[in-house]
Design a protein around this ligand. Structure first.
Ligand SMILES: C[S@@+](CC[C@H](N)C(=O)[O-])C[C@H]1O[C@@H](n2cnc3c(N)ncnc32)[C@H](O)[C@@H]1O
Length: 294
């Protein structure tokens, strides 16, 4: 346990498993070879979570809880610290990741990079498509909710917090998204598309609850401040009886001040730069081999 630099981890892991995690972290420290980076990412996916697939005791979800919260949760639910080995769990996670269909050309043409969304590391007019999921205002506190992963990656939480945008203030959020949209428009090739997946946000005001339709807010910003055209918003209503539907070409997008007690849902905002070829009713055969998992 010589390598242990944060006692809170003992709330999540048995000594047996934590010892392995600490050793592996030490070995991978400073190693940015593709294999090491892949293993670091695989580990991020199994560090903690709600099933036996993960290395930690059973947590409620895949966010990192605070040590106090998890300690109480474990006592309340009589949870034991499992003695798990990294190797079989990492292999299992790797195999799961490989189940997704990966087109054969991906290996030679993939570049993975990291940057601030307001300053993308691509030349102007070079991207054919952007698919992204920006933060939904301050629904999650990304640095806190990932503290164990950040510890694993040797990234100070404060650094991460300074890099991320997390605000409850709608005006500040609009400002941030406006900057992101300008940047997206800049890197997109002529006649191309950007897809943004965002969820509604529930705000607890002093006298009432309010639900903000984040997708509609971003659509409004795009319409007002950029040259993007709003192609539509697909509502992902989850509920199987309630099939997703698409709102196309509406000029006004209803959004905030909606304080009904409704469920919050995710939505998919589709923006167009120029005139890409698009079908409003694409016929997708999901049974086709291409879309099936291997
Ligand atoms: C709704 S989540 C999307 C998560 C993603 N789909 C995934 O599966 O990991 C929003 C993400 O935006 C990131 N984020 C926040 N501010 C950012 C910024 N200025 N630039 C880039 N990413 C940012 C957060 O860290 C978070 O991971």
């Amino acid at each position: 346990m010589r390598l242990l630099d944060n006692d809170d981890l003992q709330v999540f892991y048995s000594d047996y498993t934590l010892d392995q995690i600490l050793r592996l972290r030490e070995v991978l420290y400073d190693d940015d070879s593709p294999k090491a980076m892949y293993l670091k990412a695989v580990m991020c996916g199994i560090l903690h979570g709600p099933s036996q697939m993960f290395l930690s005791l059973q947590t409620k979800d895949t966010y990192s809880g605070t040590a106090n919260y998890v300690r109480e949760y474990a006592e309340e639910h009589d949870l034991e610290l499992p003695e798990r080995d990294i190797r079989p769990k990492a292999i299992q996670k790797h195999e799961l990741a490989q189940e997704d269909f990966i087109p054969p050309w991906v290996n030679s043409q993939t570049k993975i990079t990291q940057s601030n969304a307001t300053d993308l590391p691509f030349e102007s007019e070079t991207a054919d498509l952007i698919v992204t999921s920006p933060p939904y205002m301050q629904t999650l506190n990304y640095d806190w909710n990932n503290w164990i992963r950040l510890w694993w990656l040797n990234t100070p939480r404060e650094d991460e917090r300074d890099n991320l945008v997390s605000t409850q203030d709608t005006d500040k959020y609009r400002e941030f998204m406006r900057e992101c949209l300008w940047e997206m428009y800049n890197v997109l090739a002529p006649d191309s598309v950007a897809v943004l997946i965002v969820g509604d946000v529930r705000k607890h005001l002093s006298n009432r609850k309010q639900i903000l339709n984040t997708a509609a807010i971003i659509a409004e910003e795009a319409q007002q401040y950029t040259d993007f055209d709003v192609h539509g918003i697909i509502d992902d209503a989850y509920d199987v009886d309630n099939r997703s539907y698409v709102v196309f070409n509406r000029l006004k997008y209803d959004h905030d001040e909606d304080d009904e007690e409704r469920e919050t849902i995710d939505r998919c905002l589709i923006l167009k730069k120029g005139s890409p070829e698009m079908s409003t009713e694409p016929e997708i055969d999901w049974e086709k081999e291409l879309y099936k998992s291997a």
